[in-house]
Design a protein around this ligand. Structure first.
Ligand SMILES: [Zn+2]
Length: 131
C-alpha cells in the first residue's frame, strides 16, 4: 500500500508479468479512485526489484525441476538453455545441477518461460509451487 502522489489517498499498485514471444514482459500500474490520477509503466525481461517483489507477494513462487522418472537430454543440451539466458559456463553448470535436484524457483512467468526453454531441448519438467 502506498499513497497517490497527487492527492495522498491510499492507492494500490497492480503488477503483472507474462511471457510474450519468448520474452518476459511486465507491467505495473495504479489508478487513484479519489482523484483519477494514474500511471502505467511496463517493460521487457527482468522487472525492477520492487515489481518482482510485488509479483511474488501476490502469486508466490513456482518451481521447475527435471522429472527424474523420464529420460532427459544431455547435460550439454541443458547447459545451452542457461548459456542462451546469459549464464557463464560455470553458472550454467550449477544451474543444470540445481534444476536436476532441488529445482529452480521464480515468478509464474519466469518459470513458464524457463520450462518452455527446457522443453524446447527435450527436457521433461515438473512445475509446482515452491516449497
Ligand atoms: Zn489521487
Amino acid at each position: 500500500m502506498t499513497t497517490c502522489p497527487s492527492c495522498a489517498a491510499p492507492i494500490e499498485w497492480e503488477v503483472s508479468q507474462t511471457v510474450f514471444n519468448g520474452r518476459l514482459a511486465w507491467s505495473a500500474s495504479y489508478y487513484c479512485a479519489a482523484c483519477g490520477d494514474g500511471v502505467m509503466v511496463d517493460g521487457w525481461d527482468e522487472p525492477p526489484d520492487d515489481v518482482r517483489e510485488a509479483l511474488i507477494a501476490e502469486d508466490g513462487l513456482r518451481r521447475v525441476r527435471l522429472d527424474r522418472d523420464r529420460q532427459q537430454p544431455s547435460r550439454v543440451a541443458l547447459m545451452s538453455v542457461f548459456r542462451r539466458r546469459g549464464a557463464s559456463l560455470s553458472r550454467a553448470s550449477e544451474l543444470v545441477a540445481e534444476v536436476a535436484s532441488a529445482g529452480l524457483t521464480g515468478t509464474f512467468a519466469e518459470i513458464e518461460l524457463l520450462s518452455a526453454q527446457l522443453a524446447a531441448v527435450g527436457a521433461a519438467v515438473v512445475v509446482d509451487a515452491a516449497p
